[in-house]
Design a protein around this ligand. Structure first.
Ligand SMILES: C[S@@+](CC[C@H](N)C(=O)[O-])C[C@H]1O[C@@H](n2cnc3c(N)ncnc32)[C@H](O)[C@@H]1O
Length: 260
C-alpha cells in the first residue's frame, strides 16, 4: 500500500520511517510513504503557504492553491504507479477512528493524507479535494503530522508479512472487539507474584481458554461498552461468569469486614 502525505514538516516523519515496525516494512517494500510539501507549489519568493483568516481573529489558515497542487501531484504520482488514492484530511472535526476503520484504511491501495497546521485549511479545499476527514481522538494537536503517523503505523502493521507472527495483530486489543489478555515473560516469579500456572502447563487448549477468559474479563471490567457492541457467545458468557466470580472472591475486603 502507498501513503502520500502533504505536510509542512516532512522531517517529523523520520520518527516513523527510520526505526521500528514501519521502517522495516518500508525497507521490505511492503508499504511506501511519500512526503510532499505544499511549499514546493507556491509561486512567491517567500513560498507562502498560510494567510490571515477572513473576518479576523487569531492564527493563520493554510492556503488553498499550494495544498490543492500538492494533492494533485501526489495523486498523479500514485496513479503513475497504478495506485488510485483517496484523500483524507486529518482533523479533530473528522470521524473518530477505531480499529474497524483502520482495517478498512489498511485494505485500500493508497491514501493521500493532508496534515493541517495553524487554524487548519481553507474550507474550500475540503469541499473540493477531500474525500474523508479523520480524527484520532477528541483533543487538539498542533498539527496533523502526528495524527497521520498514528494512522499509518496502525494501518501498515496490519499488512500481510509486516509483523513477525501472523497472529500478533489478531490477538491485539480491539481486533476481535476485546481487549488483549495480560502477558508475562521471565522471570517466573517476581517478589511474591508468580506467572499464572496455566501458562506453564504446556496445555495449549487450556492456555487459549485462559487467554480468552482474561480478555473477556478485562474488557468487561475496563471497557464494558465494547462488549455491548460486540455481543458474546454462550461459551464466552460462561468463561466471563467464572472470571467475575473469581474476581469477586479474590477482591480485598474493605471497612469493618477487614478489621473483623
Ligand atoms: C491546531 S489544529 C486546528 C484545529 C482547528 N482550529 C479546530 O478546532 O478544528 C491544526 C491541525 O492539527 C490537526 N489535528 C489536530 N487535532 C487533531 C485530531 N484530534 N485528529 C486529527 N488531526 C488533528 C489537523 O490537521 C489540524 O488542521
Amino acid at each position: 500500500m502507498r501513503f502520500d502525505v502533504i505536510t509542512l514538516f516532512p522531517a517529523q516523519f523520520a520518527a516513523l520511517t527510520e526505526e521500528g515496525v514501519v521502517a522495516r516494512a518500508l525497507q521490505r517494500q511492503l508499504a511506501q510513504i511519500h512526503l510532499h510539501t505544499p511549499r514546493d507549489y507556491t509561486t512567491d519568493v517567500h513560498r507562502t503557504v498560510d494567510d490571515r483568516p477572513y473576518g479576523g481573529g487569531p492564527g493563520m489558515v493554510m492556503r488553498y492553491t499550494p495544498l490543492r497542487l500538492a494533492i494533485e501531484a501526489a495523486q498523479a504520482e500514485a496513479a503513475a504507479e497504478g495506485v488510485q488514492s483517496r484523500v483524507a484530511y486529518l482533523s479533530p472535526q473528522g470521524e473518530r477512528l477505531d480499529q474497524r476503520q483502520i482495517e478498512r484504511i489498511s485494505a485500500a491501495p493508497g491514501w493521500v493524507l493532508v496534515a493541517g497546521r495553524y487554524e487548519g485549511v481553507d474550507e474550500r479545499l475540503i469541499e473540493d479535494c477531500v474525500d474523508e476527514e479523520w480524527s484520532i481522538g477528541d483533543y487538539v494537536l498542533s498539527g496533523g503530522e502526528l495524527a497521520a503517523m498514528v494512522v499509518m503505523d496502525a494501518a501498515i502493521r496490519l499488512l500481510p508479512g509486516v509483523l513477525g507472527h501472523a497472529d500478533s495483530a489478531r490477538q491485539d486489543s480491539h481486533s476481535s472487539g476485546l481487549l488483549d489478555c495480560p502477558h508475562y515473560t521471565r522471570p517466573e516469579t517476581i517478589g511474591d507474584r508468580s506467572v499464572p500456572e496455566v501458562l506453564l502447563s504446556g496445555d495449549h487448549q487450556a492456555i487459549e481458554r485462559w487467554r480468552l477468559q482474561q480478555a473477556l474479563g478485562r474488557t468487561r471490567q475496563r471497557r464494558p461498552d465494547l462488549l455491548q457492541g460486540r455481543g458474546i457467545s454462550e461459551v464466552e458468557q460462561r468463561l466471563l461468569d467464572d472470571y467475575l466470580l473469581e474476581a469477586a472472591r479474590s477482591r480485598p475486603r474493605v471497612g469493618s469486614e477487614q478489621s473483623e
